[in-house]
Ligand binder design. Structure first.
Ligand code: C5P
Length: 429
């Protein structure tokens, strides 16, 4: 069964997983930023905020960090050791920087490359698209200095949304009102849409969830895989601009928006759907494929033998046949082999040694190994993984230990590693 992925609206598709750095400067319109943060997060974006000293006169750090769901960056924090490099890190870890409300003052400092606080230092260090939502008194907006600054910033590639015409806080009316939240959200989407994602032009095949192997029409062999990690990876690849086909076993997870999802039940169906999904540049096998299936599934429900006097436990012997190994099949050298094949391994001990053995046995390029001994992974929202990458020739694999993080973060980090390893935009063979 195929579906195109219908969850969420257009904004949710464009914003899901995107990292937005919001610089809140000192204007009365700062209060609208609280709603802006809420809207962006509702649409699946990650929002980090820098609150300028003047901004903190209008909204409190507590309000901002409560809505953003993470600590707010202020100049006070910038004095601490951790954030000495915050102005570099914040820009690097964002997909877009939004300045709202952008006062005449911050526009002037941006125009001249002044870096006298965390906000302006971050803005001058950021190599990401910048969107400015100006808000100020009409006369300030129409002053030749502000007009010059706006033109200069536009020439530097900065985008603007608003300001709108209407009543201002000072009781006057005219251009200067900050754009409304839906307009700012739409402008963010437009700016992001114009940026090619790091996996643009690449086709990715992802397997996810368990497989169900029928014993008879009502019973099956299966496992507890939730599909959360595989679905998060498919969503993250799509967010990064890839063309994604997700082959999913039975799960409660919704089909991610913007992903072609093929629903299957058995390992044989999963393999067939994967082969149909080729050619692909990258294959990521996150499914927990049942190793065995019933050798002869019955067309009718298997009846329990009647118990009667003198009859013992009749029992039932089920003959099993081995299922195809989808990861090993996709890893087989040949013209259809994706350039990068990634498998998963759930290990309870000797994670690195066991995962290294699996890497060699399956013939894939990378293994993401879950350490299942330190807590449940199936169904959990978090994951603790090691990434093993095949070494050159017979060399030992490279090993990275990732900290415990959410499955969405594992997916985002994997996308980043793939983008570093494969140049995007290359034609699929
Ligand atoms: O051998 P094991 O099941 O531990 O290997 C796990 C990896 O192999 C996962 O990436 C899983 O998706 C893949 N696999 C597969 N087909 C199978 C068994 C496992 O693709 N029949």
């Amino acid at each position: 069964m195929r579906d195109a992925g219908s969850e969420g609206g257009a904004d949710a598709v464009a914003l899901r997983g995107r990292r937005i750095l919001l610089v809140i400067a000192g204007g009365i319109a700062a209060y609208k930023c609280l709603d802006l943060i809420r809207r962006l997060r509702e649409n699946g974006a990650h929002v980090r905020c820098i609150l300028t000293a003047a901004g903190a006169a209008f909204v409190t750090p507590l309000s901002v960090e409560t809505l953003a769901g993470q600590a707010v960056y202020t100049d006070t924090l910038a004095l601490t050791g951790e954030s000495e490099i915050a102005h570099i890190k914040l820009g690097q870890e964002a997909d877009i920087v939004v300045v709202a409300p952008a006062t005449a003052d911050i526009m002037a400092r941006m125009t001249h490359g002044i870096a006298d606080d965390l906000a302006t230092s971050t803005l001058i260090a950021a190599d990401k698209p910048v969107l400015v939502a100006s808000a100020m008194n009409t006369r300030m907006w129409q002053h030749p200095a502000t007009e010059r600054n706006r033109a200069r910033l536009e020439a530097d590639g900065v985008s603007f949304v608003g300001p709108n015409d209407g009543p201002l806080a000072e009781g006057e009316s005219g251009p200067g009102r900050m754009a409304e939240v839906p307009e700012i959200v739409a402008a963010i989407v437009d700016v992001l849409d114009a940026q090619p994602g790091p996996l643009a032009g690449l086709r990715v095949l992802v397997t996810s969830g368990p497989t169900y192997e029928p014993i008879d029409p009502v019973r099956f062999l299966g496992n507890r895989s939730s599909g959360k990690q595989g679905h998060a990876i498919a969503a993250a690849c799509a967010d990064a601009g890839a063309d994604v086909v997700l082959v999913s076993g039975p799960t409660a997870e919704a089909a991610p928006a913007g992903v072609e999802t093929v629903r299957v039940e058995t390992a044989a169906e999963m393999l067939a759907a994967c082969e149909e999904g080729l050619p692909a540049d990258i294959a990521i096998c996150a499914a927990a494929v049942s190793d065995w299936r019933a050798a002869a599934p019955q067309d009718q429900k298997i009846k329990k033998p009647r118990r009667g006097k003198g009859r013992g436990d009749a029992g039932l012997t089920l003959e099993l046949a081995e299922n195809p190994d989808i990861l090993a099949t996709l890893s087989t050298p040949g013209p259809k082999r994706p350039r990068l094949v990634i498998g998963f391994a759930a290990e309870t001990e000797d994670v690195e040694a066991n995962a290294a053995a699996k890497l060699a046995a399956k013939g894939c390029d990378w293994i993401l190994a879950n350490k299942v001994a330190e807590g449940a992974v199936f169904g959990d929202d978090e994951n603790l993984v090691h990434l093993l990458t095949r070494g050159a020739g017979d060399g030992a694999p490279g090993v990275e230990q990732w900290l415990r993080m959410s499955k969405a973060e594992v997916a985002a980090r994997l996308v980043q590693r793939i983008a570093d390893a494969l140049p995007s935009g290359t034609e699929t063979a």
